[in-house]
Design a protein around this ligand. Structure first.
Ligand code: ATP
Ligand code: MG
Length: 215
């Protein structure tokens, strides 16, 4: 039987003392490069913002284009605090699920999804969006107010084309649901599936105007 010296009970402590400074150095280096350093650049990170009530195929065309042109894309879910109204039937969580599942269906993985509440003051809206989202430097929109507000704040703003707008619009999807017409053709399959799961069509049929819900 070979003799093995008994391990000192202080070995773990000695190991800790010996390696901790190196570990700490590593942590500082990582933190520096992630938060303050030169390695990460946001020039090619973009924002798309909409209410997505619900996400439709026009939105998806934009998402495909912007995710191809950008390194990372933040999809901001605007008016996040509203739900159960005629214009905003779905909650932020439901809209989040619709977007996440549609992205998964398309195999798109370079997106963040961030709900952003409206403060109903244009002058502070950009700050609100910036404070809620991962850093970005470019905004894609064709809304004149969004364009102006982000341009004034120093962001690069690019036009995003409208695809088949007469059909691909949230208003049209909600109208078709309400009148019992074929709405499924206007949204990604993943979105139709979630609307079915949450009985969303019935909800839309029941909803009146924003004021009529009494909340
Ligand atoms: P709603 O009719 O409920 O206002 P919407 O279709 O206008 O819905 P929003 O949720 O308001 O969509 O999101 C607005 C964003 O989506 C804008 O940036 C707009 O450019 C983009 N968008 C909406 N429809 C289309 C479309 N058909 N093609 C491309 N982009 C679209
Ligand atoms: Mg709109």
């Amino acid at each position: 039987m070979t003799h093995r010296p008994q391990e000192s009970k202080f070995v773990p402590h000695r190991t800790f003392v010996r390696t901790f400074p190196a570990g700490l150095q590593f942590i500082y280096a990582e933190a520096h490069s992630l938060n303050m350093g030169n390695a990460r650049c946001y020039e090619n990170d973009s924002l798309i913002i909409g209410r997505f009530q619900p996400l439709h195929k026009g939105h998806m065309e934009v998402v495909r284009k912007v995710t191809r042109e950008s390194e990372r894309v933040t999809i901001g879910i605007g008016s996040a605090q509203y739900s159960h109204t005629k214009e905003n039937p779905f909650t932020a969580g439901e809209r989040y699920s619709m977007i996440a599942e549609a992205l998964k269906e398309e195999g798109i993985s370079n997106c963040y999804i961030v709900p952003v509440e409206d403060l109903n003051r244009y002058s502070i809206w950009v700050s609100q969006v910036v404070s809620m989202c991962p850093k970005f430097s470019r905004v894609y929109t064709n809304n004149p107010y969004t364009r102006r507000l982000f341009s004034e704040a120093g962001f690069e703003v690019r036009d995003s084309p409208l695809y088949n707008r007469s059909e691909f619009s949230g208003t049209e999807v909600r109208r078709r649901i309400k009148s019992g017409e074929n709405w499924r053709a206007l949204v990604p399959d993943a979105v139709a599936k979630i609307i079915d799961e949450i009985d969303g069509a019935e909800r839309i049929k029941q909803l009146g105007g924003e004021q009529e819900n009494g909340i």
